[in-house]
Design a protein around this ligand. Sequence first.
Ligand SMILES: NC(=O)c1ccc[n+]([C@@H]2O[C@H](COP(=O)([O-])OP(=O)(O)OC[C@H]3O[C@@H](n4cnc5c(N)ncnc54)[C@H](OP(=O)(O)O)[C@@H]3O)[C@@H](O)[C@H]2O)c1
Length: 328
Amino acid sequence: MKAKNCLIFGGSGQIGKHLIRKLTKNNYKVTVVTRNIHQKSYAIKTQGNAGFIDIVEAKMHESDKIIKLFKNVDVCINLIGILYEKDKSNSFNNIHSTIPSLLAKLSKQNNLKHFIHISALAINSAEDSLYAKSKLDGEVNIIKNFPLATILRPSIVYSVDDNFTTNFMTLLNRLPIFPLYYEGKTKFTPIHCSDLTDVIYKIISENIYSKIIECVGPEVMTFKEILEKLLKLIDKKRILIPLPLSMANLSAKLFEKLPNPLLTTDQLRLLKYDNIISGKYKTNSDIGVPSLKTFDVEVKKYAFMWRDGGQFSTEKYIGEEKIKNDKI
Ligand SMILES: NC(=O)c1ccc[n+]([C@@H]2O[C@H](COP(=O)([O-])OP(=O)(O)OC[C@H]3O[C@@H](n4cnc5c(N)ncnc54)[C@H](OP(=O)(O)O)[C@@H]3O)[C@@H](O)[C@H]2O)c1
């Protein structure tokens, strides 16, 4: 069987790196597009064996360069995404709607077998979030331009390369008290990054065409439960205090002025909505790729870096038994 050529946009990020490893290990050739080859090529090149990865530097407005990339490609995967708006060209609308729409159109014009796009879970309900609205608009545009596209809607994706567990463990390490937004009651279904890339691999290798697939991990956890688990894993005690919405809004307004904001007002609005399956769409389990990796076991593998003593911590490896007994 001829291996497929995969064109990946946004491949230098967390999901991209895991996906490159999965695809190249299985003899797929990948071309990864990045805006900054000098900064990102090391992280991309080291994910697979020589000969399986091509890296191209291109910005999305360089249409001649982008169009040429679609020749001799079987599958296009779009992983480009942002958590907060930076400027006009990095607006939610541009990144989550205009760019995916263009990539879907080019995939159709070049008769690609597949266009796979990563959207986000629970965007239907989060009506007042600009992030969610832009992800929804993107989905509509993609289906219009490439009706057989497959759109994945993952809950929070975690791994040692994430900006979620790692950032929270850093903050929990440093701050004596930690705010709980919406009393910490919002529910999440975190999925391990390699479980998500297994889903993408299955779609590509078995030619699955299914408009929307919700991708979730095996556990439903509240925001407070996630923080409690992380505290246990880094062996710290911290006070978690519910923050009134007015104060949460004020802090988000201040934070969003920072170059890499910890929280924006739009993220605060998004945090109000449970991040769980809707029941209206197929899930990763329905297509035969249930996520089996559990949060405690996976985060434990790298949480020691935030424990006292770091890699020299005698508690580097907390025994499976201790985790079970303590019910982290
Ligand atoms: N991580 C999660 O928890 C999660 C949950 C739900 C949905 N998602 C979605 O999954 C996708 C991938 O997530 P991720 O966590 O892997 O993201 P990530 O680590 O932040 O990587 C995002 C990628 O987007 C590219 N990018 C950002 N701005 C761009 C721009 N203006 N033009 C071109 N490329 C740009 C970057 O590529 P270069 O810098 O190399 O150009 C980067 O590799 C995103 O669409 C995200 O919204 C993620």
